[in-house]
Unconditional design. Structure first.
Length: 201
């Protein structure tokens, strides 16, 4: 099922924005204790204090709404750190640290969606797609020099997926830690694992 698209009128209407905020808070609260795939639209709508028809104006399902809400947070981090000029190394460090903090804030949701048997893989794909898009953005801007062994450039798609899903794997490992170690320590370890040509501080 395709996710409904918000019209320009809906996205700027104050009532629609308030409903969206309520639904976002509701799905984050519910998904912290339940697999989003088992939730009903009625449950989310009731928790948000809106009706089912309002829910479906914003998402096709609770799981889709959860992905949208988490993706919007991640997109904001990317826009904040990677959209402007400047030294790309510190920007990559900052955005990676903030994504780690984002995962920490929603630890119960990501643990269920990434590292437990009830996870459907949707959050793994969502997080991986976010990182892959970020790497592709940097490659398109020529902010990173792609390795060229023997003069043959490694395909950008391979670079993007390799970096993206390596970082997702590191974050999944972090979710198994109780409590998680400091973000700075996580970044230090990530630097050791990532290739030398990847500018992470």
């Amino acid at each position: 099922m395709l996710e409904p698209k918000q019209s320009a009128e809906t996205s700027s209407d104050p009532r629609a924005l308030r409903s969206r905020e309520k639904l976002s808070s509701a799905i984050l609260a519910l998904a912290a204790g339940h697999d989003a795939g088992t939730l009903s639209a009625g449950q989310v709508a009731a928790t948000a204090g809106v009706n089912r028809s309002t829910f479906y104006q914003h998402a096709a399902s609770p799981a889709a709404l959860l992905r949208q809400v988490l993706s919007e947070e991640l997109d904001t981090l990317r826009e904040t750190h990677l959209s402007g000029p400047g030294d790309i190394g510190p920007a990559i460090v900052a955005v990676t640290a903030d994504v780690a903090r984002h995962v920490d804030r929603h630890r119960d949701i990501y643990r269920r969606g990434l590292v437990t048997d009830s996870g459907t893989g949707a959050l793994h794909a969502m997080l991986g797609s976010h990182f892959e898009a970020s790497v592709r953005l940097l490659l398109a801007r020529r902010a990173i020099e792609i390795p060229a062994p023997g003069g043959r450039e490694v395909p950008p798609s391979m670079v993007a997926r390799y970096i993206a899903y390596g970082v997702v794997g590191a974050l999944e490992s972090r979710l198994l830690e109780t409590p998680p170690r400091p973000v700075d320590e996580f970044l230090d370890d990530l630097r050791e694992l990532l290739p030398d040509w990847w500018p992470i501080g």
